[in-house]
Design a protein around this ligand. Sequence first.
Ligand code: ZN
Length: 316
Amino acid sequence: MEPLFLKPVFQEKIWGGNQLHTVFGFDIPNDKIGEDWAISGHPHGVSTVENGPYKGWKVSDLWSEHRELFGDAQGDVFPLLTKILDAEDDLSVQVHPDDSYGLKHEGELGKTECWYIINAKPGSEIVYGHNANSREELAEMIEDERWDDLLRRVPVKKGDFFYVPSGTIHAIGKGIMILETQQSSDTTYRVYDYDRKDDQGNTRELHIQQSIDVTTVPAISPALEMTEMKKGSSSVITYLKTDFFNVYEWDVVGELALKKDGDYTLVTVVEGYGHLIVEGQSYEMKPGTSCILPAQINEWKVEGEMKIIASTPGTK
Ligand code: ZN
């Protein structure tokens, strides 16, 4: 069995830039690329396999027709989505619904997400949470556009990690690149978009009522229970174990041997170069390389000097 290497899907955004080319070396279609959907079964940008016996298959079709690759996991849709984001400008202040609201109102999963900061210009900030004490106060502060009072801003640097459960008001600030691991959903409720206009002079739609409905009040700041396991000069950092996904960093210096710890594993290189070795076959890895290790691969090795963000499905 071979790893399933995936072709990137680029998404143009009003806030996007060119670092997916300058930092990651991708051949991007223009200088406004905000997102690489690196590992996706979502219809708005589904990944295609680039190698091996499943070459040309879409991840969503493999999920439907070859569920054995995913350990015969349950569920109508491939549940995870890995993105690399380049915020040349600020993203809108936004919030995502949970599964019950998302399925009822949008016909898709809710969106719990988490971010590994790949790099950040000095002074970069995110919006993470809010200061309203009740839903009424939240509605009032939004209505009165008291953004400075409402929004909590947090400085960020390379290597930071944030858990963003559904219901968390958030925004990625300009100058930040992140790797995002999230539920497979494209439902975003925009609270505030800095009143900015696109090339045609149009503002983007806001979703004030939905935002007020789905925001967790008062805000919670979920504690991360990070652990680090040294393996020679390499290490495995566990950032999160949740109902939706488990997220790890493989910090590879020299070599790192790993065993399956979940039905299947999503793998994306965020920094450095090396190789992935499966059943004696060696595959080149460089920034942005993404693959799924299917259920049939029980052990593998990575070697070189790389930082990799890996994830496995949660219990939901
Ligand atoms: Zn988001």
